[in-house]
Design a protein around this ligand. Sequence first.
Ligand SMILES: C[C@@H](C(=O)O)C(=O)SCCNC(=O)CCNC(=O)[C@H](O)C(C)(C)COP(=O)(O)OP(=O)(O)OC[C@H]1O[C@@H](n2cnc3c(N)ncnc32)[C@H](O)[C@@H]1OP(=O)(O)O
Ligand SMILES: [Co+2]
Length: 133
Amino acid sequence: MDKIEHIGIAVRDLEKSNDLYAKLLGKSHYKMEEVLSEGVRTSFFEVGPNKIELLEATSVESPIAGFLDKKGEGIHHIAFAVDDIVAEMKRLESEGFKLLNKEPKLGADNKLVAFVHPKTAGGVLVELCQERK
Ligand SMILES: C[C@@H](C(=O)O)C(=O)SCCNC(=O)CCNC(=O)[C@H](O)C(C)(C)COP(=O)(O)OP(=O)(O)OC[C@H]1O[C@@H](n2cnc3c(N)ncnc32)[C@H](O)[C@@H]1OP(=O)(O)O
Ligand SMILES: [Co+2]
């Protein structure tokens, strides 16, 4: 795996959190994007070579809605950039990690993504992220 691509943070109100993180980081978000398949509205902040991804739920079935109910606002996942997502999914599976999707799916930023179950990754929801080639 390469660098940390982004850290995903679950928030209840994206507009309010955009203001909060703009104050915290000293700069505004550079884009917002809705990812229908994941039931989220996102906004992105650049922090050096990494990003902060704020996530608001767009439906009650969204993983973010469930997370907010159980744990409240806060860090939801860590995303790592990978060069070959299919190879990395196979490698992790052979190491005993449980992948939450069988095939890569389209995430934000036109990237291919896959998730590793937090119960098999020390309590951390891990996202793999590959630039589309
Ligand atoms: C846009 C895209 C992108 O970047 O491109 C994104 O990031 S989309 C980001 C949103 N999409 C996703 O998160 C997709 C992958 N996530 C999922 O499939 C789900 O959220 C699961 C991680 C499988 C959890 O769903 P499930 O229905 O099992 O919820 P649950 O509340 O019953 O959780 C089962 C157990 O996992 C724990 N758990 C749940 N979510 C967690 C998280 N984010 N970090 C750490 N632990 C977590 C719960 O506390 C619980 O533990 P206990 O049993 O001990 O109570
Ligand atoms: Co993410």
